[in-house]
Design a protein around this ligand. Structure first.
Ligand SMILES: [Zn+2]
Length: 330
């Protein structure tokens, strides 16, 4: 039992409030017994609300048992929380993906964490808001950026970060890097980059984009200033911070709001997973906005594109992605 278990939901009032709201986040911090039925339950138990005067709280299930109560048949308070089982499976899958050079198949991932393919996909998406494939792609894109700054050549970097250095990859580079690999490697030479600094649930974030795509989503580690980091990454670019009231800042704010991790379970994921996921989600949302505003492959001047004034005008077609909140519980 940690200190947190003693301080969180410590008062009877906080516990009663959690029980009334069937607060999943309170599970594991305490149990409640209903004297009239003789059972003990988790805070999130869905059985019919009991009256306050018939309820008593215990810190652990053992204490409730020792006091003569039996486990509730609805919420099965002695079994591990399903939510935790799911979180652990997602964390295990993230580790497998991080250690894979090739994109693991959904079937393989599901099998290794002990779920069916369909169920695993749903759970992963509910916790992270992205697919396991997207998690892999985020890691590979991050390896590519690292390799580009230190490999002997662009093709070495592409190859050693796990891409086939073929034409198909080259076609996709502007979406991944926001510029050609050669330009990225040379510190953004020739690129016009706008960026904004904002706040999100896991701290300050800097989002930078060219007129092609997102080129950096930097999350603060509390040590290095984000504005210094973007300058170090792209010393050769035409780099400018967008005005707080610019269309680009509005677009990023919208993307960040849409990219926040689904709240139930977020706290169960390790910070580095949260960071990868948030970066990927912001990139996805902004990429969709780019695609909506400026279809690739057309040569007509895009009306929404205004790099001088700060990237794209918000498009009415851009909606935040659906929230995948509590579907993992089903
Ligand atoms: Zn119950």
């Amino acid at each position: 039992m940690t200190d947190e278990h003693l301080t969180k939901y410590a008062s009877e009032e906080a516990r009663w409030h959690a029980v009334q709201n069937r607060d999943e986040k309170a599970n594991g911090y305490f149990y409640y017994v209903v004297r009239t039925t003789g059972t003990y339950s988790k805070p999130s138990c869905v059985s019919r609300s009991a009256r306050r005067e018939n309820i008593e709280f215990f810190l652990t299930a053992e204490q409730a048992r020792a006091a003569g109560y039996r486990p509730c048949g609805r919420c099965r308070p002695d079994e591990p929380d399903l939510h935790e089982i799911h979180a652990n499976a997602v964390i295990a899958a993230c580790r497998i993906i991080e250690e894979s050079e090739l994109k693991p198949s959904l079937n393989d991932l599901a099998r290794r964490v002990g779920f069916s393919q369909f169920y695993f996909h749903r759970v992963f998406k509910a916790f992270t808001g992205i697919t396991p494939q997207a998690y892999f792609e985020a890691g590979r894109a991050s390896r590519l950026r690292d390799e580009l700054s230190r490999a002997e050549s662009v093709s070495d970097a592409i190859y050693s970060s796990g891409f086939n250095s073929n034409g198909h990859f080259y076609g996709a580079t502007s979406a991944i890097l926001g510029m050609t690999p050669t330009s990225y490697r040379s510190g953004g030479r020739g690129a016009s980059i706008r960026f904004v600094v904002a706040d999100c649930s896991i701290g300050p974030v800097l989002v930078a984009a060219t007129d092609k795509s997102v080129c950096a989503v930097l999350l603060s580690d509390g040590k290095v200033d984000l504005r210094s980091r973007v300058t170090e990454l792209f010393p050769q670019a035409d780099l400018a911070e967008a005005e707080a009231d610019s269309p680009f800042a509005a677009l990023v704010a919208e993307a960040l709001a849409g990219a926040e991790l689904p709240a139930p379970g977020r706290e169960l994921l390790p910070v580095h997973v949260q960071r990868v996921v948030l970066r990927q989600r912001v990139t996805q949302v902004l990429r969709e906005a780019t695609l909506t505003a400026t279809p690739y492959g057309t040569s007509r001047p895009a009306r929404h594109l205004s790099p001088r004034r700060g990237y794209l005008a918000p498009s009415p077609g851009v909606a935040p992605p659906p929230r995948h909140s509590a579907s993992a519980k089903a």
